[in-house]
Design a protein around this ligand. Structure first.
Ligand code: SF4
Ligand code: SF4
Ligand code: FES
Length: 266
């Protein structure tokens, strides 16, 4: 590539290899102008070791698939410039924390998305194609609350940055709870108390300690902490009114506890 120049030097890169019990391997990668961390992984895979596993799709910050741990911090790598994160000409690349490692820089995202399901993170509508299109006032408080979290790309950066997920593996985590909050505020949605019950259990919004790593790290500028605070308010109100009693997800939570899901309390 024409943007490579000897004066830019070489980047020393430590890359996690193998599964959960792997080790770091060292590579030297030529520096380039405007080089992203994803460019570094791609250079290694194309020119130094084709067996390196990593994941990406869009390269423009839309798909959410390229997140890794860079120098100990979860980041989307396609929009993270080496110049911003390298320390003394070095970077360390590892898979996202709080998720099982498949191989090298690839984690199994199934637990992350399973929690979206457990949080009822899918739209539940009541209308068909022949019904009139719902009119939602773009200036209404509920619409604004939903808009604040709607651009989530499911990258898992917040989830990997959350200490409560580390301590309490069944905690739904910031992304699933943020998604639930957008739907709680969608006036067309019909899941109502069922979704509130799903996020109010022992592993739900009330387990969040509000220390805010998710909000600091989210590359899309979303504030899951604010979404979780909103869920805490509405679930507490619903519980006081008895609206969460006997719902399907309360039963599911109990089933999970009875099945002996391991829990390490902080
Ligand atoms: S604010 Fe809550 S969800 Fe976000 S990182 Fe902290 S404990 Fe996790
Ligand atoms: S809330 Fe932000 S950090 Fe978390 S998955 Fe969505 S885009 Fe990624
Ligand atoms: S490759 Fe799609 S967000 Fe980075």
């Amino acid at each position: 590539m024409s943007d490579q120049h000897p004066s830019l030097g070489v980047l020393q890169v430590s890359v996690w290899r193998g599964g959960a019990h792997g080790e770091f391997q060292q590579f030297e990668v030529p520096r380039r102008d405007s080089q992203t961390v994803l460019d570094v992984a791609t250079h290694i895979q194309r020119h130094l070791d084709p067996t390196l596993s990593y994941r990406y799709a869009c390269r423009v910050g839309m798909c959410g698939s390229c997140a890794m741990t860079v120098n100990g911090v979860a980041r989307w790598t396609c929009r993270t410039h080496v110049a911003r994160v390298a320390r003394a000409g070095r970077i360390e690349l590892a898979p996202l924390a709080n998720l099982p490692v498949v191989k090298d820089l690839v984690t199994d995202m199934a637990p992350f998305f399973d929690k979206w399901q457990r949080a009822q993170g899918r739209y539940a509508g009541a209308t068909g194609r022949h019904d009139p299109v719902a009119r939602v006032d773009p200036a209404s408080p509920a619409r604004r609350a939903a808009d604040a979290g709607i651009e989530c790309i499911g990258c898992g950066v917040c989830y990997a940055s959350c200490d409560v997920v580390s301590w309490k593996p069944q905690f739904l985590g910031p992304a699933a709870l943020n998604r639930a909050w957008t739907l709680v505020n969608d006036e067309r949605d019909t899941a109502g108390a069922r979704r509130l019950a799903a996020v109010a259990g022992d592993a739900g919004c009330h387990a969040c300690h509000t220390q805010g790593s998710c909000t600091v790290r989210c590359p899309k500028g979303i504030a899951p902490t604010a979404a979780i605070a909103g869920l805490k308010r509405v679930t507490a109100r619903a519980a006081l009114r008895g609206e969460l009693d006997g719902t399907e997800d309360t039963v599911q939570d109990r089933a999970g506890r009875d099945a002996g899901v391991s829990e390490v309390l902080p």
